[in-house]
Design a protein around this ligand. Structure first.
Ligand code: BGC
Length: 768
């Protein structure tokens, strides 16, 4: 665990450069606006560890698969959201000499990620080998309003000398991915150009042919006032640079405002890319840096107004939760159903910005409660649009008649994961996609979604389950063989309880959805049956047979569900017996030792109890929690949040708090020693859930919003807002009780600790 950042409720501050952790700091200081994003790299050339990263949502490259032993059915490629144009770059010359930032030259350093405003600021004082001291100040942001635009202000002040300074802003498309499988370049150069009006670089991805044109304009300033300068403009392959110079007296400041616009063919016709880029640049230049910044800050203000969680009495927890919320909104803000939420967002290369089951299982509830309903809906439509590919995927694996297996990892609907035990076996992901439909409808009441999109997806998923089960003669039950459950520290197991349970649930829910659509939209239902060649009577009967006779492993003596067949044969011991220096076990143990052990990577049976908690009584949840949690090593970032929520549910508040702390500061404190690869974006939504569903006890019970809050001992109070259908509520929870404020115009009935309460508009209701 690293603890080198200042604790502040709204800022992440690094007060001196920690060179060894620089790649961790770069991940943490990442910025984004849902469309563009990048790591917190330095603008000038830096002589220290660094992973350069600038990304564009949806712009990916199919990197040819590299595996040791090819298995039939493996995808040909892994999709990567790739490193894109470096727009922040600044070359610096001081009295004609190249300046490169060396860590040992740094005298003062402060990097500040301002989460309230969405701005990254840095101040550096450096002393060059010849004794000259300079101060560099920079601030930058990706506009949350004009989403193709990015802004940078970069200033340099000579502190103990007078001389000539050149600050040269550039755009550079000569970029590579560190994780490229065959050290290939992913971009093909199209063109570049520069004159006094603007400079641009223009490339396209190989194979996928996304066109990206990045343009820049600059404003030069002396001591805060614009100053017209004549300067050189340099052009090389995929690189353009302005080279303005200024003679400065000691203490004078030379500033460059760099206006950038990064247009991709995802949002602009290829034929108009250049025109769109130029005209957006002109507009933002006209508007000016400060005005664009205010617009951007105001947008963040309104986002925070809806989704902030405020914690009093624990600045570390406060900083942690805001960091999570901030990074989530920087990654995805839901205005485009073609986009999704990569586990690392725009903060690194690992997991390539692609989509996992994380979105449905962990991220959806965050967006459901904190923003407009259309955002969560877009996440569902994303999967609806991929349905045909999911059917093709299942067909390739030998399934038929419209059965769909959604991919474990995808960009465009095609599977691109390539480890057999996950690609072919971690089929529970289909369940999460069905569950998200249910979760969305339960929350929003938007039943129409079933008619328009949901039912078609559900039928295809249920068709898959029907073909994936088989009848076991000895057991006289249906079984599901050869799977990997959410706990990836077990592979190729039989009858993973979670998978078997969610498979049945999917079929059950599909039948309920059919009944609803058939009754309320008979015409649409008839059309769908024709389109899908769906014989409801026949297929539902088969589904019901499976539901009635599914094998669900359990242990009578302990009265717990069994993670899989044979789980009790393992040498059971608590994870706390593992010596501290052997954590994380996936980095320290051989794989076979992990597979044979009883240790669990992330919630598995407990994931099922979390999804379906209203199917089980509290005692059952408690027994299973007390059996499985001690065996769990939480080596997936997705694990602690589920445990926090269940611990709160069974009244184990200290455990709930312990689990919350593990998720909230996972990246800030680099718990898993992997933040340098990028942030754990999808688990950040789990952190939010730990507070809202865990501490706040929020649930939807029969269309009614329900809370069962508690407060961790060392917090004095916490508050949050929830959007629910046409209502917005604010809850303030303290040791004295709960204040509920209804911010909408209509009364709302809620449940508080199981009791009905009417909360009237614009009134605060205090409940001790
Ligand atoms: C987890 C998966 C998850 C993936 C991406 C893995 O470590 O085990 O459940 O989907 O990370 O976040």
């Amino acid at each position: 665990m690293k603890d080198y950042l200042d604790k502040d409720p709204w800022k992440i501050v690094e007060n001196s450069l920690h060179t060894d952790y620089n790649e961790v700091s770069e991940s943490i200081a990442s910025l984004g606006n849902g469309r563009l994003g990048g790591r917190g790299n330095f603008e000038e050339r830096f002589n220290g560890p660094s992973l350069q990263g600038n990304y564009i949502a949806g712009v990916y490259y199919p990197d040819k698969t590299k595996v040791g032993w090819w298995k039939n059915g493996y995808p040909e490629y892994f999709a990567k959201v790739i490193n894109s144009v470096n727009w922040i770059g600044m070359d610096v010359w001081i009295d004609g000499e190249d300046f490169e930032l060396f860590p040992d030259q740094i005298k003062e350093f402060r990097a500040e990620l301002d989460m309230k405003e969405g701005i990254l600021r840095r101040t550096t004082v450096a002393e060059l080998p010849n004794g000259k001291q300079i101060k560099i100040e920079s601030e930058r942001f990706y506009s949350m309003v004009d989403k193709d635009n990015a802004y940078l202000k970069y200033s340099l002040t000579p502190l103990n000398f007078s001389g000539e300074v050149c600050i040269a802003p550039y755009l550079d498309f000569n970029v590579i991915n560190r994780d490229s499988n065959y050290e290939e370049g992913f971009w093909k150069r199209n063109d570049e150009g520069i004159d006094q009006r603007w400079g641009y670089v223009y490339s396209q991805t190989k194979k996928t042919a996304y066109h990206v044109l990045a343009g820049m304009k600059i404003n030069t300033m002396l001591n805060g006032q614009s100053i017209a300068l004549d300067y050189d403009a340099v052009k090389q392959n995929s690189f353009v640079e302005y080279q303005p110079k200024l003679k400065l007296n000691e203490g004078e400041t030379f500033t460059i405002e760099k206006y950038c616009c990064i247009c991709s063919s995802l949002y602009h016709e290829v034929s108009t890319l250049s025109e769109s880029c130029q005209s957006q640049l002109e507009q933002s230049f006209e508007e000016g840096f400060e005005k664009a910044k205010i617009k951007h800050i105001n947008k963040w203000d309104s986002i925070w107004n809806d989704c902030d969680i405020s914690i009093n009495g624990d600045v570390s927890a406060q900083q942690g939760i805001r960091f999570n919320i901030f990074q989530l909104y920087q990654t995805y803000n839901g205005d485009d159903a073609r986009l999704n939420i990569g586990p690392k967002g725009f903060t690194g290369e690992k997991y390539g910005g692609v989509t996992y089951w994380d979105t449905e299982a962990y991220c959806l509830p965050f967006y459901l409660s904190t923003t407009d309903q259309s955002v969560a809906k877009n996440l569902l439509i994303y999967r609806y649009r991929h349905l045909q590919k999911a059917i093709e995927n299942a067909t390739k694996l030998g399934f038929s008649h419209g059965a769909a297996l959604y991919p474990m990892v995808t960009m465009n609907g095609e599977e691109c994961h390539n480890e057999w035990e996950i690609t072919f076996e971690e089929i529970h992901r289909n369940g999460a996609i069905a569950y998200a439909i249910y979760d969305y409808i339960r929350y929003t009441g938007d039943n129409e979604h079933l008619k328009d999109y949901g039912l078609e997806v559900l039928i295809a998923i249920s068709r898959f389950w029907r073909q994936r089960v088989n009848w076991s003669e000895p057991k006289q039950k249906f079984v599901i063989l050869g799977v990997t459950g959410p706990n990836e520290y077990e592979n190729n197991v039989n009858n993973n309880w979670y998978t078997n349970y969610i498979a049945c649930w999917c079929m059950q829910y599909t039948m309920e959805a059919i009944a609803y659509v058939e009754q309320s939209h008979p015409e649409a239902y008839k059309n769908l049956c024709e389109k899908l060649d769906f014989n409801a009577k026949y297929e539902s009967t088969r589904w019901q047979e499976i539901i009635d006779s599914m094998y669900l492993p359990s242990d009578k003596e302990r009265a717990v569900f069994l993670q899989q067949d044979g789980f009790l044969d393992k040498n059971l011991m608590p994870a706390k017996n593992i010596p501290a220096d052997e954590y994380p076990i996936h980095q320290n143990w051989s794989w076979d030792r992990i597979l044979r052990s009883c240790f669990i990577k992330q919630a598995d049976v407990l994931q099922g109890l979390y999804f379906f908690e209203d199917h089980f009584d509290k005692e059952t949840i408690k027994r299973n929690f007390n059996f499985y949690e001690p065996l769990t090593v939480h080596e997936s970032s997705l694990s602690p949040c589920v445990h926090a929520i269940l611990a709160a549910k069974i009244g184990n508040y200290p455990k709930a708090y312990e689990m919350y702390l593990r998720t909230a500061r996972l990246d800030l404190d680099d718990y898993n020693n992997d933040t340098k690869d990028g942030l754990h974006i999808t688990s950040m939504a789990g952190t939010w859930m730990s507070v809202i569903k865990g501490f706040g006890g929020m649930r939807i019970i029969n269309d009614t919003l329900s809370f069962d809050p508690f407060i961790p001992e060392n917090w004095s109070s916490y508050s949050f807002k929830i959007k629910f259908r046409s209502h917005t509520l604010k809850l303030i929870v303290s040791h004295e009780g709960v204040n509920i404020l209804n911010l909408s115009d209509e009364k709302i009935e809620i449940l508080l600790k199981g009791q009905k309460q009417s909360i009237f508009p614009k009134e605060v209701q205090t409940i001790s």
